[in-house]
Design a protein around this ligand. Structure first.
Ligand code: NAG
Ligand code: NAG
Ligand code: CU
Length: 679
């Protein structure tokens, strides 16, 4: 492809972005704008910090959302937007502050010093500063020299240290270093044996150990860049593209996305990434939008590694509460991370010093058509006739990609025509590798806590748990949670030649304890229903959770990481709606002691029947690394679906039309390369 064509494509993308996204009226759930983020700092400087604020640093600023009734009232009568408020986690004079700022009134609503356990998310600036410290620390320089390594080829990364029973903690992290020298894949080349401890408040190294010299694994075969691959692929694929000659079928009005029968609000948050709010679906029979999801987002991620040795035991990360799932999001690469028909949105976060910072193209929105079938039937039973009806499966995808150090998480919220919302998590990126002296499996005598994926390279066992906050409001906000168990029944009399059958037995959860579920132990159908609304034939209108993973935490309940990640103990939880319970791992997650988690809130065992309830789903993956994960992991996908269950009176996509024909394309010579086609 010539660079001229490159430019052409680029222009098309820009054009799309501008024609799709129009200016808008402010919505109560809009993320804070740059102006509002700037205002937060201005207000703090003139109030809390007017006399003395030493070492003020921002760790999180996001929308303090208005109470649900206020938002719903705003939608109903389109009244004035309720006061805009910011929720701030800051460090001032080396203390944790939780501040609510009213931006409309330029005032501080509350300012609490958090003297409980834990610390807020790390800032990018302090990680950058910490990563530099080893290079001016002479014991580290000596360790590097001792290993015969070149200092200028070393790069370091900040790792949170978890919590292992200490009553008192300091704000410290570990800095772990890697070696480049012939590759950009630093994660395959750990400099093992060294532990660097950094106190973030003092920003200096306060602990240092060099326990053992382990050879750094080779650079050969680790570089994943296209230009570094020596052999060409044997069976290349010709260009493919997604063509929409009449443009896309969705619109983005401010932060409201409309597509097919769906309508929802989309926001970006530095802690949790994309937030889907007020998703509702049009019911053609009722000629109205009906509520489905008030708010949905990734509430926390928990990634514990299974190596218990000195250099590794602490690696039990909380990617949202410690590193910021949104903060670590990357600018999406047009035509690569998202197809050519995508529109892009920017996101903003506050940096440590109070400056708003933009992440360009942080979210993309596109229509997906991969040739799949929405529904079909070929009728051949009618003598002399054959009827075939097939409808194409087109959906709308909202995508963000977050890079937590070595790992890349691709988050998709997919809206489907049949009324379901499908969430997919794709995991790619690099394994966290432990350097080892072994070059063959037969040599291994001691426990290595992982798989030898290449010479001297152990891919350590670990898990990924993603907890989703799913505040379903099915056709209104008073909902109930119903478990349906499929039970085998024996036929004991002579009614039937059959000896058994199964039937569905339903049970409505009355309190929180009825709704803590580990999937896989007996078939269960999980439903959120509106017990105040029935279909014409008498079923409660509902939405089903179709889980894609039944995996839960295998660490013992008394192990420290389990205590901190209480939410990973069950796959499903239901709580009554409480605006302040949104992050399953708590507010101050770094070195938390597990006293502010979903598991603790749920102990109150509140009533959840016919109430505004929140469903929490923990999606888990146990990762036993394999050689194919080296030197970079092909994406592994997992997810879940929220699917209408007796919500509509009948198949909601019965009347969906076949796709219009794309006109015959007149193609120039370049068409062989897949571009420059006009119609
Ligand atoms: C501010 O931070 C520095 C280290 O970065 C520390 O020496 C100083 O004591 C701190 N000041 C206050 C008032 O906390
Ligand atoms: C909401 O949850 C928080 C944290 O669990 C709790 O402190 C507060 O009392 C709850 N509010 C209500 C109204 O239940
Ligand atoms: Cu993994």
């Amino acid at each position: 492809m010539s660079s001229g064509l490159n430019v052409l494509l680029f222009l098309i993308c820009i054009f799309y972005t501008h024609s799709l996204i129009s200016s808008h009226q402010l919505h109560p759930l809009d993320a804070l704008s740059t102006t509002e983020l700037t205002q937060v700092h201005t207000i703090l400087k003139s109030t809390i910090c007017s006399t003395s604020c030493h070492n003020l640093s921002y760790h999180y600023v996001g929308l303090a959302e208005p109470d649900k009734p206020i938002v719903l009232a705003w939608i109903d009568d389109n009244a004035k937007v309720p006061p805009r408020q910011a929720f701030v986690l800051a460090r001032i004079n080396q203390q944790n502050h939780e501040i609510i700022v009213d931006l409309t009134a330029s005032a501080i609503i509350s300012n609490k010093v958090h003297d409980g356990h834990g610390y807020p998310l790390l800032t990018l600036d302090e990680q950058t500063a910490a990563n530099k410290l080893p290079f001016s620390y002479s014991p580290f320089i000596k360790s590097i020299e001792k290993r015969g390594l070149k200092k200028e080829e070393v790069v370091c990364q900040s790792y949170t240290i978890g919590w292992f029973g200490d009553k008192k903690t300091k704000r410290i992290i570990r800095v772990t270093c890697y070696y480049l020298d012939g590759t950009i894949n630093l994660y395959m080349r750990p400099i093992e044996g060294i532990t660097v401890t950094v106190d973030l408040d003092q920003m200096k190294i306060t602990g240092y150990q060099d326990r053992a010299i382990v050879p750094v694994p080779k650079a050969d075969g680790t570089d994943y860049r296209e230009v570094k691959q020596k052999q060409p692929v044997s069976s290349p694929i010709k260009p493919i593209t997604m063509l929409q000659p009449h443009g896309p079928s969705f619109t983005i009005d401010g932060h409201i996305v409309r597509w097919a029968d769906w309508k929802f609000h989309l926001a970006f948050d530095m802690r949790v990434g994309p937030i889907i709010s007020l998703a509702s679906v049009r019911d053609h029979d009722k000629d109205a939008y009906r509520d489905v999801l008030y708010r949905g987002f990734v509430s926390e991620l928990f990634v514990p590694y299974m190596d218990i040795t000195e250099e590794w035991y602490y690696r039990t990360y909380f990617d949202a509460g410690e590193f910021g799932f949104g903060l670590c999001a990357t600018s999406l690469f047009p035509s690569k991370d998202c197809p050519e028909n995508a529109a892009f949105l920017d996101g903003y976060y506050i940096s440590q010093n109070g400056t708003p910072t933009k992440i360009h193209n942080v979210i993309c929105v596109f229509e997906r058509y991969g040739g799949d079938v929405l529904w079909r039937h070929t009728e051949t039973a009618i003598p002399g006739k054959v009827y075939t009806e097939v409808r194409p499966d087109v959906s709308l995808v909202v995508r963000m990609v977050s890079i937590i150090g070595n790992y890349d998480y691709i988050v998709d919220w997919e809206f489907r025509q049949a009324g379901s919302i499908k969430v997919n998590i794709g995991l790619s990126g690099l394994l966290e590798i432990k350097a080892s002296t072994y070059i063959h499996k037969d040599q291994i005598r001691d426990e290595v806590y992982g798989t030898l994926v290449s010479q001297n390279t152990v891919g350590t066992y670990h898990d990924h748990f993603l907890n989703f906050h799913l505040d379903l409001d099915v056709d209104g906000y008073d909902n109930s949670f119903i478990k349906t168990k499929l039970q085998t029944r024996r036929v004991t009399d002579k009614r039937s030649p059959r000896r058994s059958y199964w039937t569905a037995v339903t049970e409505t959860a009355k309190t929180e304890s009825d709704a803590r579920i580990n999937l896989g132990s007996g078939a269960a159908e999980l439903l959120v229903v509106n017990p105040n609304k029935k279909t014409k034939v008498g079923n409660y209108v509902g939405y089903r959770l179709l889980p894609g993973s039944f995996v839960h935490n295998l660490l013992t309940n008394d192990d420290y990481p389990s205590i901190r990640a209480g939410f990973a103990k069950y796959n499903v939880w239901v709580t009554p709606y409480n605006k302040s319970e949104k992050w399953a791992g708590g507010t101050f997650v770094d070195q938390s002691q597990g006293d502010d988690t979903l598991a603790v809130w749920s102990l109150r065992n509140r009533e959840i029947e016919n109430k505004d309830i929140v469903l929490w789903y923990t999606l888990g993956l146990h990762h036993v690394p394999i050689q194919e994960d080296f030197p970079i992991m092909p994406t592994v996908n997992n997810g879940f679906e929220l699917r209408p269950a007796n919500f509509f009176e009948h198949n909601p996509v019965l009347k969906v039309k076949s796709l219009g024909k794309v006109e015959q394309l007149k193609c120039s010579k370049e068409c062989q390369h897949g571009f420059n086609c006009t119609n």
